[in-house]
Design a protein around this ligand. Structure first.
Ligand code: SF4
Ligand code: SF4
Length: 379
């Protein structure tokens, strides 16, 4: 397809470096600008943002670090419309026009209906978002239309059958979720291929989970090739899939960008043996991971108790990796208290309203998991 970028790595602008680490919107523009420059210098072009990334500030950052500093034809920009922020047909345009203003991009190379799943699909259909997106294409404000998706292969098949006008799909694919009964990476990938839709991969490193592995899995990879970083295996695994056109990596530092771009600049797909190694590592990890949260933060916006759900899950997972019996205490206890002091609700403040579980793309039992977090950190 002619709209595929020449290189498969995309810069996901959703976990950008922060100045105040407790405030997702306080992005370090100077650091991001350096990352943007390195990315473009090495021949990569695909940037991905969305209305609510980095505390609703990602699109502004895209303007300041990218659009205002580089010629418009030297990069492509993708953004998205999420059902959580629209209640009427007018809202679609309100957000779109604001996105044009925030990014200063003039038009979007790729525009996605964001995070389709069973619970949101009806709203997108009721508000006629698919036809609306085609109208934006006709007006020249969008070059290519697609959607991101978090649900079953069957629903994906239904949508692609009913909406052949969608040009691509964005799917969560990584070696850990390849056979997952919740995420269905492999099956969804196969459905997209059946409909001849190129795939953009999100969460290739599963929110950082695949960058820091249990020792046994790390050793597997290092024995195979000591020069390749651990996250490189996750990114190269998905980039090796034929029908994948872009792999999004939510890069948070210049070092990460340096590493990712080094092996994606002149990309060589994994061999069959190397892919098998990834699945072996997945078995090891699956036996050890406590809460498989990707840190996407979709759950936090509507939480009435302002609970820092993904941050708490991350601290909990870290502690579960530690030998707690031997250590008794880790810095994560202090980190937990510091988050509470900075204004977040405690895990035990959860009133079980269920809002978060309704929007979690990983379908996690958040309420039960918060009980575990509270029992661990609050005694
Ligand atoms: S169930 Fe608990 S964590 Fe989830 S939104 Fe409600 S109060 Fe927040
Ligand atoms: S709990 Fe679910 S929605 Fe919340 S950050 Fe984790 S994966 Fe995302």
């Amino acid at each position: 397809m002619d709209f595929k970028p020449a290189k498969k790595l995309g810069f996901g602008m959703m976990r950008m470096p922060l100045i105040d680490k407790t405030n997702d919107a306080d992005v370090d523009i100077e650091a991001v600008s350096k990352m943007v420059d390195m990315f473009l210098e090495r021949g990569f072009t695909y940037f991905d943002t969305a209305w609510m990334y980095n505390g609703f500030n990602s699109e502004n950052v895209a303007r300041k670090a990218l659009v205002e500093r580089h010629p418009r034809d030297s990069f492509t920009l993708a953004t998205k419309l999420h059902a959580g922020f629209i209640n009427s047909k007018e809202d679609r345009d309100k957000i779109f026009n604001e996105q044009l203003k925030k990014t200063g991009a003039g038009y979007f190379d790729y525009y996605l209906i964001h995070g389709i799943e069973e619970g949101l699909l009806q709203k997108y259909e009721d508000l006629d978002c698919f036809n609306w997106l085609l109208d934006k294409k006709k007006e020249g404000l969008v070059r290519h239309a697609g959607f991101s998706f978090h649900d079953s292969p069957k629903l994906l098949d239904d949508i692609l059958t009913r909406h052949p006008e969608m040009e691509f799909v964005q799917l969560q694919i990584n070696y850990l979720d390849w056979e997952s009964e919740w995420v269905h990476s492999r099956e969804c990938y196969e459905v997209a291929a059946k409909h001849s839709k190129p795939v953009i991969v999100m969460e290739p490193v599963k929110g950082g989970t695949l960058s820091k592995l249990p020792l046994e899995a790390t050793q597997l990879f290092k024995e195979k090739d000591e020069n390749m970083s651990i996250p490189s295996w996750a990114i190269r695994f998905v980039a090796s899939l034929d029908n994948v056109m872009v792999v999004l990596s939510g890069m948070s530092s210049l070092e990460q960008m340096d590493d990712n771009t080094s092996y994606m600049e002149d990309f060589k797909p994994l061999s069959e043996d190397e892919k098998k190694l990834c699945f072996k590592a997945a078995d090891i990890i699956n036996n050890q991971i406590a809460i498989p949260c990707t840190g996407c933060s979709y759950c936090t916006e509507g939480c009435p108790m302002k609970i820092a759900i993904p941050k708490y899950f991350s601290l909990y997972n870290e502690n579960m990796r530690e030998d707690m019996e031997e250590k008794g205490w880790t810095i994560n206890f202090t980190n937990y208290e510091n988050l509470v002091k900075s204004g977040f609700g405690r895990a035990s403040d959860c009133i079980a309203c269920g809002q978060c579980e309704g929007v979690c793309p990983q379908h996690l039992p958040i309420i039960d998991n918060l009980k575990k977090v509270a029992a661990h950190f609050e005694h």
